[in-house]
Design a protein around this ligand. Structure first.
Ligand SMILES: Cc1cc2nc3c(=O)[nH]c(=O)nc-3n(C[C@H](O)[C@H](O)[C@H](O)COP(=O)(O)OP(=O)(O)OC[C@H]3O[C@@H](n4cnc5c(N)ncnc54)[C@H](O)[C@@H]3O)c2cc1C
Length: 394
């Protein structure tokens, strides 16, 4: 096959086929069954790890596949397209794996990357705080120097998969000691710390969510958690630069999560409208149903194209251009997923709301893509300001 700027490599296509086959063996029934019974998707997670798909973006010398974000995004999309959207793929290999690969010391890479790659040492990511919300510049979790190490204190919210993770990459501000007597310490730049989930003083409780998924979100309480000096990943003074290195992959992965989910919803709708007859012909023969589904097909393909562009730019090392494309891809993919899920429900009529057909359960998962990891409003703020040159609006 000839490769053009608009097609993926044969290697990427083969990766998609292999992941789709593996995920198809589990399928939506497995995913929903685990979610509704309080189970987990550990066996699927470890199997994709064993085959090298989970860590396909991690450097080979640390147990990964040596590929790029485009590869791991393809894995994420194909899993979701088979009804098994795994949020922790966005977090563990893509955010944490990228940040540690790019900024970790040799020792930190050897210690954490192999477990992220094979799925045995999943890493969660915690930036969101109850009071700061979208405005992550306002986070107050602090890291205070103590002898040779650090003491962390603060609170995080909506942190995915803490119960399945061995460690959490926590964003905290360093505390700069006061220079004069009696002065309060000042807050430094946001830094990244690897915190074991079994550390003393680290506690988490699940937040009941309406998403049908075995992966849960948690409130996290960090109460004077003591960490060794090498828990700090990267440079204490680099601040947001290092953090942003993980956020473009996060957006590209979130976009892939959404396009996969959208494909799954659309496939279900198309299969249903081909079969269901009420006026003596399949309901898919009515334009009232066919056109919205055709619209979804177009919207999904457009979002996939932008996602692949963002991944290609990121993998080529163009962080700035990747940032704009990743935001646009994430926006377009979340919109496509919300519309596809809604149209799939409509196409199913009453069956669309039943547990048996499992379509309505996609609505909330798709809807979450408009909120997390970055909301559609903040993407519009970004595009307004950076792409259009409009004044900062927040
Ligand atoms: C399923 C799920 C999983 C998540 N997983 C993680 C995780 O693993 N780790 C993690 O750190 N976080 C995680 N989050 C948190 C997520 O990143 C936040 O929910 C998100 O950033 C929004 O923050 P918030 O919920 O505090 O909303 P708020 O900041 O309270 O915002 C509420 C609304 O106001 C809008 N808004 C706020 N300011 C402006 C403005 N200036 N202009 C226009 N609109 C504005 C927002 O867009 C949003 O629609 C997860 C969230 C969900 C739902």
């Amino acid at each position: 096959m000839t490769e053009t700027a608009f097609t993926e490599t044969e290697e990427r296509t083969a990766l998609r086929t292999a992941v789709a086959k593996l995920a198809g063996g589990y399928g939506r029934d497995y995913f929903v069954q685990q979610a509704r019974s309080g189970g987990k998707t550990t066996d699927l997670w470890l199997e994709i790890g064993k085959h090298g798909y989970l860590g396909v973006n991690i450097p080979e010398e640390y147990g990964g596949g040596g590929g790029g974000i485009g590869d791991v995004a393809a894995v994420c999309e194909e899993l979701a397209a088979k009804g098994c959207p795994l949020l922790m793929m966005v977090v563990s290999p893509a955010i944490c794996g990228t940040v540690i690969s790019r900024f970790g010391t040799e020792q930190q890479k050897q210690r954490w990357l192999p477990g992220i790659a094979d799925g045995t040492q999943t890493m969660a990511f915690a930036i969101t705080e109850p009071d700061a919300g979208t405005n992550s510049h306002n986070i107050t979790t602090t890291a205070r120097r103590d002898a040779d190490g650090w003491v962390l204190k603060g609170r995080k919210i909506y942190i995915s998969g803490v119960d399945e993770a061995a460690n959490v990459l926590v964003v905290a501000r360093t505390e700069v000691p006061s220079t004069g007597s009696g002065r309060a310490p000042t807050k430094g730049k946001p830094c990244l710390f690897v915190v074991p989930t079994d550390a003393e003083g680290f506690e988490y409780t699940p937040i009941p969510m309406e998403i049908v998924s075995p992966e849960q979100q948690f409130s996290v309480f960090i109460d004077d958690v003591r960490l060794p000096a090498d828990a700090l990943v990267g440079d204490e003074d680099a601040g947001l630069v290092q953090l942003f290195a993980g956020l473009n992959p996060e957006r590209i992965m979130a976009a892939s999560f959404s396009t996969g989910l959208a494909r799954f919803a659309l496939d279900k709708a198309v299969a249903y409208v081909k079969e269901r007859e009420v006026f003596g012909a399949p309901i898919g023969s009515h334009q009232g149903l066919a056109h919205p589904l055709a619209q979804s097909k177009i919207e999904i393909e457009l979002a996939r194209l932008m996602t692949q562009k963002a991944a290609a730019l990121y993998d080529a090392g163009d962080d700035a251009a990747a940032g704009e494309a990743a935001n646009m891809a994430k926006y377009a993919a979340a919109e496509a997923a919300c519309d596809a899920a809604d149209r799939a429900v409509q196409a199913h009529g009453g069956n669309g709301i039943t547990q048996e057909y499992g379509v309505a359960g996609l609505l909330v998962a798709a809807r979450a893509g408009r909120i997390a990891p970055v909301s559609r409003e903040m993407i519009l703020n970004f595009v307004g300001m950076h792409s259009l040159g409009l004044p900062k609006s927040y």
